[in-house]
Design a protein around this ligand. Structure first.
Ligand SMILES: NC(=O)c1ccc[n+]([C@@H]2O[C@H](COP(=O)([O-])OP(=O)(O)OC[C@H]3O[C@@H](n4cnc5c(N)ncnc54)[C@H](OP(=O)(O)O)[C@@H]3O)[C@@H](O)[C@H]2O)c1
Length: 282
């Protein structure tokens, strides 16, 4: 049974490939640029891009299950080639809803609808904000000043290792078909507290300063365009992100127990994430 992990360069996909290999599963990784995947030597990596669906025929050859990112721009092309699979695990997002006014939530809801319509047994992972979003701070942490438009905004950021573990459980154990898992970290922390924890892990003093919203828009747009999943325009995503951050100023984000329920251990906290990523901030 070969499991296909797409988006091989992504933080979740990389962690998932490692986990499946450690547990002796047969894995094929697929990414837009196989040379850029940073996966262990010997992993079968093939080129595949949601924007060019014909490439998936090779990636899917002999595969029984797949982990896939929610790029609606090319998801239909992937799904039409994946109809014989026993399961697709879709990396969706918290609250996914095709009728939402929020561009991010709507795009993920549409991706879920496309998977449902394809008739392939599915599991949806619906994480909230990723702790890896804070990798954007690397240069700022080195300089000792993190700028953010909402320093008192809360988030219960989730560790990529927890998302990957839930994905691995969903792909390799029974009882996960037709389930949608809302995943968060174990605690809701402000941006200030997150920056302090990264500073502690990196052993650098880090100060947080309020950032001009237009500067934030420019920075986030550049990050999203480099990532490019082509679901919705970056401007719409940036504005949705800003509205969410503003809504969580001084308001803790609710957390879920799903990571514990699926994996048997508590979700990893943000301090642990920062310790795991010390080298990214060195
Ligand atoms: N960041 C968050 O807070 C958050 C929260 C909830 C849900 N999510 C979901 O998780 C996704 C990725 O997480 P991330 O934002 O942290 O990004 P990331 O780790 O930088 O990964 C981006 C991934 O998208 C893949 N990708 C991009 N364009 C693709 C294409 N045309 N065809 C196939 N794969 C493509 C990349 O694969 P290759 O480069 O290897 O091809 C890479 O695996 C988001 O797009 C979103 O759907 C994110």
């Amino acid at each position: 049974m070969t499991i296909l992990v797409s988006g091989a360069r992504g933080n979740v996909a990389r962690a998932l490939v490692r986990l499946l290999l450690e547990n002796d599963h047969e894995v094929r990784a697929a990414g837009r640029d196989p040379r850029a995947t940073r996966l262990p030597a010997g992993v079968d990596v093939v080129a595949a891009d949601l924007a060019h669906p014909e490439g998936w025929d090779v990636a899917l050859d002999g595969v029984t299950k797949a982990f896939v990112y929610a790029g609606t721009a090319g998801l239909d092309g992937f799904l039409s080639r994946a109809s014989g699979l026993a399961q697709v695990v879709l990396l969706s997002a918290l609250g996914a809803d095709p009728t939402s006014d929020d561009a991010i939530t709507r795009a993920h809801g549409e991706a879920e609808e496309a998977v449902r319509a394809a008739g392939i047994p599915w599991t949806f992972l619906r994480p909230g904000g990723f702790a890896t979003n804070r990798l954007m701070w690397a240069d700022a942490v080195r300089a000792g000043v993190v700028r953010d438009p909402f320093p008192d905004s809360h988030s219960a950021l989730v560790h990529e290792a927890d998302i990957a573990e839930v994905a691995a459980c969903a792909l390799t154990a029974s009882g996960h078909l037709g389930a949608a898992y809302a995943l968060t970290g174990p605690e809701s922390l402000t941006v200030r507290r997150q920056a302090a924890l990264v500073g502690q892990a990196a052993r650098r003093p880090v100060r947080v300063e309020a950032q001009d919203l237009d500067d934030y828009r420019r920075e986030l747009t550049a990050v999203l365009e480099a990532r490019g999943l082509g679901r919705v325009g970056s401007a719409e995503v940036v504005e949705a992100r800003i509205r969410r951050l503003a809504a969580l100023v001084d308001r803790p984000q609710p957390t879920t127990e799903t990571v514990r329920e699926i994996t048997g251990h508590a979700a990893r906290g943000f301090a642990e994430w920062a310790a795991d990523h010390v080298r990214d901030f060195a």
